[in-house]
Design a protein around this ligand. Structure first.
Ligand SMILES: Cc1cc2nc3c(=O)[nH]c(=O)nc-3n(C[C@H](O)[C@H](O)[C@H](O)COP(=O)(O)OP(=O)(O)OC[C@H]3O[C@@H](n4cnc5c(N)ncnc54)[C@H](O)[C@@H]3O)c2cc1C
Length: 397
């Protein structure tokens, strides 16, 4: 059993596996530690929507990060599929962002103002929406039509990254990290449930559980769980020709395996009162979410009344106080980096996170995103407490 590596990555969600993959691709020796199973956190439960359209991205570095990460997928997916023999169910199609009320019109149009120069999109009226998909509700006012958006199966993507990393030499060990091994301000290893592993650098990519590292680091890792649920349906009709979402009612996607995904709870939608309901790290599907999500989907696409429920998924997203990821070196420490807090966009932002961390470890800095200041951990140096509810309501789903 190896007890030393150049880099230890903690957590085998999409973020940790992306980091391990990009590091291994650069020839770095990596050990990835997971206490449960690959994708068992938020990642296997995610829709896998890769979209620039929501409220999560803001003008400037945030949008740049989203675009750069989106641009990784067309090469990364076939690379992982060739390495593992898996089909990641990756699809690139036009999308519709639907407005069913005036508030949604305003939300969509306010984002279009600054996104339009960067993304091929246009506002279309209700008649044009129905010419694209006549089965949609007559109460749709209009939509933003985007020429290309994408989606994949997030669990397969997670497994593909893990398998791809292993084929490039990374080790995956199923162990819980219980502490850090330190020498002054340098981290020289991690403590695990089956002994210590020494290393030159540690990357904390433990999703919403990354907060547990705060006392060990003496530096805030401000993430907390934001539960989300979604449904997979078997709909007997023809698949939808475009990827569909609405700011308040969530997404509706015909997947490449024939199932229809609808959801999700959490974020700016009808369920704000229940946003943090349940236990903090609760991953139990609930009846209230199931009924709510089915009703929302039928509001948009009435023929879904004929669909059968196949699976209900629930996961805890790592919500950060400003809903932006926390990526980069931890101030005051040599050899500790964070890769967490990706909130509702960890699947989309996994690849760019892997690239950024590989740059910091290999070169000491990154040019993957020109201005990293709004993502670096040091923005939380004086952190005391945050209004997580407001942060959660600023994102879509
Ligand atoms: C319903 C839903 C829909 C979503 N839809 C999308 C979407 O369409 N697009 C998108 O981009 N994002 C989406 N997301 C968000 C996305 O799932 C998250 O942002 C992303 O999965 C976070 O990945 P992660 O690797 O940081 O964390 P996780 O996937 O939670 O992984 C963290 C891992 O760390 C492990 N771990 C924790 N502590 C330790 C320890 N001490 N030692 C060892 N291992 C440890 C855990 O077991 C876990 O496997 C969605 C989320 C949900 C819930």
């Amino acid at each position: 059993m190896p007890d030393t590596a150049d880099v230890v990555v903690i957590g085998a969600g999409v973020v940790g596996c992306s980091v391990a993959y990009y590091l291994a691709r650069e020839g770095v020796s990596v050990t990835l530690l997971e206490r449960e199973s690959i994708g068992s956190g938020a990642s296997a439960h995610a829709t896998g929507s890769l979209s620039l359209l929501g409220a999560e991205f803001s003008p400037g570095a945030s949008f740049e990060m989203a675009r750069v990460s989106y641009a990784e997928f067309p090469e990364l997916v076939p690379e992982l599929e060739a390495a593992t023999g898996m089909d990641l169910l990756y699809q690139r199609r036009p999308s519709l962002r639907l407005a069913l009320d005036d508030e949604e019109v305003d939300l969509i149009k306010s984002l279009m103002e600054w996104q339009q120069p960067h993304v091929k999109m246009r506002w279309i009226d209700a008649q044009e929406v129905r010419s694209i998909e006549p089965r949609l509700s007559p109460s749709i006012i209009g939509a933003m039509y985007e020429e290309e958006s994408a989606q994949l199966d997030s669990y397969r993507f997670n497994l593909g990254l893990a398998g791809g990393a292993e084929r490039k030499g990374a080790q995956i060990l199923y162990r819980e990290v219980t502490g850090l091994v330190t020498d002054g301000s340098t981290v020289s290893g991690v403590q695990t449930t089956s002994g210590d592993i020494s290393c030159g650098a540690v990357v904390i990519a433990a999703g919403t559980w990354s907060r547990a590292f705060t006392p060990w680091l003496g530096f805030p890792v401000p993430v907390r769980p934001m539960k989300g649920e979604r449904l997979l349906l078997n709909y007997p009709g023809e698949p939808l020709p475009v990827l569909i979402s609405s700011p308040k009612r969530g997404h509706m996607i015909s997947r490449l395996d024939g199932l229809t995904s609808v959801g999700s709870t959490g974020g700016r939608d009808y369920d704000q009162r229940d946003l943090f309901a349940g236990e903090e790290f609760d991953r139990q599907p609930t009846e209230s979410a199931r009924l709510e999500l089915l009703q929302r989907a039928i509001d948009v696409f009435p023929d879904l009344e004929r669909a059968e429920l196949v699976q209900q998924l629930a996961g805890s997203r790592p919500l950060s106080p400003d809903s932006k990821p926390i990526i980069g070196p931890v101030p005051g420490w040599d050899g500790v980096l964070l890769a967490t807090g990706h909130t509702t966009k960890g699947i989309h932002l996994g690849p760019i996170t892997g690239r950024i961390i590989a740059d910091y470890i290999g070169r000491g800095s990154t040019q993957a995103v020109a201005d990293m200041s709004e993502f670096l951990p040091d923005r939380f140096a004086d952190f005391a407490d945050a209004d997580y509810l407001t942060a959660a309501r600023s994102v879509d789903e």
